[in-house]
Design a protein around this ligand. Structure first.
Ligand SMILES: Nc1ncnc2c1ncn2[C@@H]1O[C@H](COP(=O)(O)OP(=O)(O)OP(=O)(O)O)[C@@H](O)[C@H]1O
Ligand SMILES: [Mg+2]
Length: 426
């Protein structure tokens, strides 16, 4: 009797919760979410949503001040994966606020708006501007969970992660050092969750460079293809800093590392599903899987040092990859270890002529700071925060994660995920 009475009163008290229990909401990946609220009620719902298990991997930050505060905040800093904006204003105020914000919004950032107006004309304008979702206040905790998770799980949702492959035009040119420093800057300065995947299984140095000696890593995944899924790969990551993880190479020689062309596909897909930025440290080699890894990456950065063999190899890589990726922008390249005393070098201008593009950076040869960083298991910015190369890595992080492109591009606005909003209207 008591049990029955309890059940009844529980069900009566929480019909919404009971319904929610049946709803399947896929968990959100490791995205950064920043909310700018105008009412404490909305802020409280979002705060509670942040404690939901499905947002357990997301980093959620809540501020007051609505769209005006958001515009102010992003004037000088990069935007997160998701911005949630509350506006108590009328339609025209919401739209003009969004237009002001759009100027500072990075490509790939998804915008969710919470308003008071239930108005088709407003929906239409929001859709036109690429807003991903519109919710009408008052909102519940589960509304927020559903909306944020839905941005990444809808059938037409773009995968959250961007894969950046870094490769040397020759061995020993500093490709790994550069990959590790860019990933570190992405995590630290852009607050984007990043993972470094060390694909040099026999000799990789990511563990050394981050001063980590994890018991597991990429080998556990690539040698157990049947077990690879998001949760499994997630367990293999070791955490280096707040936003940075490592999928380390074993760097042991007790087995050989021969793989088929598709051996890493499922691992990359799993990483891409949860990590906003996936940096691949690709060894200097040309075989089925390295070729496939480069061709299928979202961004490619070729590291060359200024001699003839590097020039020839960089040109060959460039030509091959441009041919294999006709609908993508060309790979980036940079020159590293430039200015070794007494060494005759090929000038950046000659590289630019041969590759028909300028290098995205020219990094000087600085054995003291690079040597100290390598031997101490530190990044350049940890050895010397204000060093000019640390600033170069910050800029490269912005470039390869697409955080630099859109501050300039007006009118591109937000990444559209229109289907959802359009579907709701009809
Ligand atoms: N700009 C630089 N100035 C001085 N030393 C550098 C510079 N860049 C990298 N190095 C050093 O060069 C060495 C090789 O670097 P790294 O291992 O990153 O190269 P790699 O291209 O990944 O090599 P591998 O082909 O073995 O994978 C390291 O000792 C690193 O500290
Ligand atoms: Mg390397």
């Amino acid at each position: 009797m008591i049990r029955q009475a309890l059940q009844t009163s529980e069900e009566e008290a929480a019909p919404a919760e009971a319904a929610n229990r049946d709803e399947h909401i896929a968990p959100a990946p490791r995205v950064s979410v920043q909310a700018f609220c105008e009412t404490v009620e909305t802020a409280a719902s979002i705060q509670a949503a942040g404690e939901d298990r499905r947002l357990g991997k997301a980093h959620l930050k809540i501020q007051m001040g609505g769209v005006a505060a958001a515009t102010e905040a992003y004037r000088s800093s990069p935007t997160p994966n998701v911005i949630v904006l509350e506006s108590e204003g009328r339609s025209d105020a919401i739209l003009s606020g969004l237009d002001a914000l759009a100027e500072f919004c990075d490509a790939g950032t998804r915008v969710v708006v919470i308003g008071r107006t239930n108005d088709v004309a407003l929906y239409r304008e929001l859709v036109r501007r690429g807003v991903s979702d519109y919710m009408i206040a008052p909102i519940t905790t589960i509304d927020v969970v559903r909306s944020i998770c839905g941005l990444f799980s809808a059938p037409d949702a773009k995968p959250v992660g961007r894969i950046v492959a870094v490769v040397g035009a020759k061995g020993g040119v500093g490709a790994s050092t550069i990959a590790h420093n860019i990933a570190w800057a992405t995590a630290r300065d852009l607050s984007l969750d990043s993972v470094v995947t060390d694909l040099d299984l026999a000799f990789g140095t990511a563990g050394l460079d981050y001063n980590q000696d994890p018991p597991q890593g990429i080998a556990d995944a690539v040698f157990s293809p049947d077990r690879v899924d998001t949760a499994f790969v997630d367990r293999l990551l070791s955490k280096c800093t707040d936003h940075l993880s490592l999928l380390a190479a074993p760097a042991t020689l007790d087995r050989v590392y021969d793989f088929g062309a598709e051996a890493f596909d499922a691992i990359f897909d799993s990483l891409r599903a949860t990590m906003p930025c996936v940096i691949l440290d690709v060894p200097h080699a040309w075989n089925g899987w390295t070729q496939r890894t480069l061709v299928s990456a979202d961004e490619i950065l070729i590291v060359a040092s200024p001699d003839l063999a590097n020039l020839r190899n960089a040109k060959n890589l460039f030509d091959y990859l441009r041919g294999a990726r006709v609908n993508d922008h060309r790979p980036y390249y940079l020159l590293n270890q430039v200015g070794v005393p007494k060494r005759p070098e090929i000038k950046p201008a000659d590289f630019a002529k041969a590759l028909e593009d300028d290098p995205v950076a020219v990094i000087p040869f600085e054995p003291q700071i690079f040597g100290a960083a390598a031997n101490n298991g530190q990044m350049i910015a940890e050895v010397s925060k204000s060093h000019r190369t640390a600033e170069t890595f910050r800029q490269l992080a912005q470039l390869v994660t697409g955080r630099a492109e859109t501050k300039k591009a007006k009118g591109g606005l937000f990444t559209p995920l229109l289907g959802k909003l359009l579907g709701r209207k009809s």
